[in-house]
Design a protein around this ligand. Structure first.
Ligand SMILES: [Zn+2]
Length: 581
């Protein structure tokens, strides 16, 4: 492609609302343009990258025997009513109404459609297992779309759904996806980490996330050299189920005027925060509970929901606490708690001896409260957010932390959708059974941002060859009537005829602009025909190398072509450290 005739509108400055390095560079490099909050246009360079990501993902899906199909974006509400998600999905789902006043959703995901469509046809064990996938636009009405393509409202995703007669068959497919997703990361050429994840509202029991390692990533990931890795919602730690050894002291009610937060109580009573127990009220559809947590720890709500099996649990807001218990939230505690609340304690509370809790009375706390003596905890669970330094649940060594951008996610859906939507098949014995299902997502458009977040420098993007919009950029620096320019033209044609994807900067602009733009758009290999061409020398420079090398072409072009191939094959900008440690 000739830059003189190609649309690459590079900008000197990024718009002020571009909040991530990838958003700034993709806009400045002329890859994308923002249309509305969280909605983007892919310009020619961006579209080329998108297509390449798509192709890698498609090839790996085909390799493990998935069948590509395409489902509608516009989905009738009835299917969502059947699964119960029309209401459960919440405001993230974009809903619309047609002229006959029928409700539709713009698909954020496709479990409902695929189960409803195929349930009458996949009705025998002979049809199973089978896996379908599609690459299509999805919608999610993010409350605060940000980070460019990373948290867009309209985005391109690959989603796959598998149907199985039994768990062994499901596990085989799950493992195949696990390895296909790892291969996709390897093929793109990204440092990545696979972590265990919470299954959350989508249900099911098993789940892994495939994360690109990047400091700007939203996901906090805990890992250990032994191989254990989980996101912070899921991460566990080695629980020491020890009870306290402290000398019991007698319960004492103390004045704590206007002292409500953990920090205030710690300061007022001159104790460490770990001595104070937070009492948090949670309410679900049919349950209400008090959660006890050490003052220096953070509650992991995902763990609370999965440990108690109630996905509807949410924190009771302060106004409601007051009307429910007649006391401000800051003075709530487990002693004198009215009936009807289950008390669930985090294990770290169990090892406390004499602790401080709210006294269920304004401006009062209890000192030296003890479990078993002063109040009863109904059950002990691991509920706190695991932190770096906590002992690894597998080997006991301290956990480490890194940040990641989630690109792939694989789930065991179990029979959640087949059961609620009537997805049944007749087994070998002739019984009607619900399928076991899996679902497997990959963010195609978000991959573009993730690559840039991991691979860039002060001058611009650094595309790995796998997804680079072009592999080579040829820069003739002297004027158009020079020998160097016509050599560049010939070289451009020759490289194209050998199958390379080549850009030539044949614009009538200064060398400075050519160098700046080539660095900004991040083409892996730059071939420059500058001053040294009068000595038959051509400059080759990889995008991530500080210096160039000269290749002599006085004896012919072959040595140059060999060098080009060698440099491209070994170009691996992420290779410096492939491991998170
Ligand atoms: Zn470990």
């Amino acid at each position: 492609m000739r830059l003189s005739h190609y649309y690459v509108p590079t900008l000197r400055e990024a718009p002020s609302d571009a909040d991530l390095i990838s958003s700034r560079l993709l806009i400045r490099g002329g890859f994308i343009r923002k249309v509305a909050s969280g909605v983007f246009v892919y310009l020619p360079l961006g579209f080329r990258v998108l297509k390449k990501v798509e192709q890698i993902v498609r090839e790996e899906m085909e390799r493990i025997g998935c069948h590509e199909l395409l489902m509608p974006i516009m989905q009738p509400a009835d299917m969502w009513h059947l699964s119960g998600r029309w209401d459960d999905y919440g405001p993230d789902m974009i809903k619309l109404r047609d002229r006959h006043k029928r409700d539709f959703a713009l698909g954020p995901t496709h479990e409902e459609i695929i189960t409803t469509t195929l349930k009458h046809e996949l009705n025998s064990y002979r049809h199973l297992p089978i896996v379908f996938y599609q690459i299509t636009t999805k919608f999610r009405d993010e409350i605060r779309p940000r980070f460019g393509l990373m948290r867009a409202r309209e985005f391109l995703m690959k989603d796959a759904y598998s149907f199985h007669a039994d768990n062994d068959s499901f596990k085989k497919t799950y493992r195949a996806f696990y390895s296909a997703y790892s291969t996709i990361m390897e093929r793109i050429g990204l440092r990545h980490i696979v972590v265990e994840a919470d299954t959350g509202a989508i249900g099911g029991s098993e789940s892994h996330e495939f994360n690109v390692i990047a400091d700007s990533g939203e996901g906090k990931l805990l890992f250990c050299d032994c191989g254990y890795a989980a996101n912070d919602e899921k991460a566990e730690y080695a629980i020491s189920d020890s009870t306290d050894t402290e000398e019991p002291l007698s319960l004492q009610k103390v004045d704590t005027p206007d002292v409500k937060t953990i920090e205030q109580v710690a300061r007022f009573l001159d104790v460490g925060r770990e001595r104070i127990v937070k009492s948090l009220l949670y309410k679900g559809k049919d349950t209400q509970m008090m959660v006890l947590l050490r003052g220096d720890q953070e509650l992991n709500e995902a763990k609370l929901r999965s440990r108690t099996g109630d996905q509807t649990l949410s924190l009771v807001p302060p106004e409601e606490v007051r009307s429910l218990l007649g006391v401000e939230a800051g003075f709530v505690g487990p002693i004198d708690l009215p009936d009807g609340f289950e008390i669930v304690g985090d294990f770290t509370v169990k090892s406390l001896g004499n602790m401080i809790v709210g006294a269920m009375e304004r401006d009062m706390h209890y000192k030296n409260a003890r479990t078993g003596r002063d109040f009863i905890v109904d059950r002990w669970e691991d509920l706190k957010v695991a932190k770096p330094g906590d002992p690894c649940p597998k080997c006991g060594e301290p956990l480490k932390q890194t940040r990641g951008i989630e690109l792939g996610h694989i789930f065991n859906l179990g029979t959640k959708y087949s059961q609620s939507m009537g997805g049944l098949f007749s087994s070998e014995k002739g019984e009607m059974k619900p399928y076991i299902m899996g679902c497997y997502g990959w963010g195609i458009s978000r991959t573009i941002s993730a690559v840039v977040e991991q691979l860039q420098d002060n001058d611009g993007m650094i595309w790995p060859r796998s997804v680079a919009p072009f592999e080579i950029i040829v820069l003739p620096l002297p004027s158009k009537d020079s020998e160097a320019f016509s050599f560049a033209e010939d070289l451009y044609e020759l490289l194209r005829s050998r199958g390379y994807e080549v850009l030539i900067d044949d614009r009538d602009v200064s060398p400075g602009i050519k160098f700046k733009d080539a660095d900004l758009i991040g083409i892996p290999l730059r071939i420059t025909l500058g001053r040294s061409f009068s000595e038959n020398k051509v400059e080759l420079k990889l995008r991530n190398e500080p210096t160039h090398m000269n290749v002599d072409v006085s004896g012919g072009i072959e040595p140059l072509l060999e060098k080009v191939e060698k440099l491209l094959v070994t170009f691996d900008p992420a290779s410096k450290e492939r491991d998170p440690s």
